[in-house]
Design a protein around this ligand. Structure first.
Ligand SMILES: [Zn+2]
Length: 107
């Protein structure tokens, strides 16, 4: 199967034209759709870290974080074709989100 490579308007990467929507590649579309959720995830995670150090109950916050991660999964599922790729992208996304928190803590 042959496909034409086209540059994404956002990141400039060469991708098969069939994966572009409105000139934007799948990675960039996911980036855009996930960005608000990433920020929400970061906010909740930092809050929980603060509460933890004061030994407060963080069960409710944990549930909130779980819901944000569920919404991330839903958005990836909407944008990405194929269960396996959905699973891989979700795993990468959650690793990235949680890793980002460690970086923030280290500051
Ligand atoms: Zn792109």
């Amino acid at each position: 199967m042959s496909s034409i490579l086209v540059g994404c308007h956002r990141c400039g990467r060469q991708v098969p034209s069939t994966t572009l929507r409105d000139g934007i590649c799948l990675d960039c579309r996911l980036d855009q759709t996930l960005e608000p959720l990433r920020q929400e995830h970061a906010r909740l995670w930092r809050k929980r870290e603060r509460y933890r150090t004061s030994a407060a109950n963080t069960t409710a916050l944990g549930a909130q974080i779980g819901r944000v991660e569920q919404r991330m999964a839903d958005r990836i599922r909407e944008a990405v074709p194929g269960d396996r790729e959905v699973a891989e992208r979700l795993k990468a996304e959650l690793e990235r989100a949680r890793q980002a928190r460690y970086d923030i803590r280290g500051v």
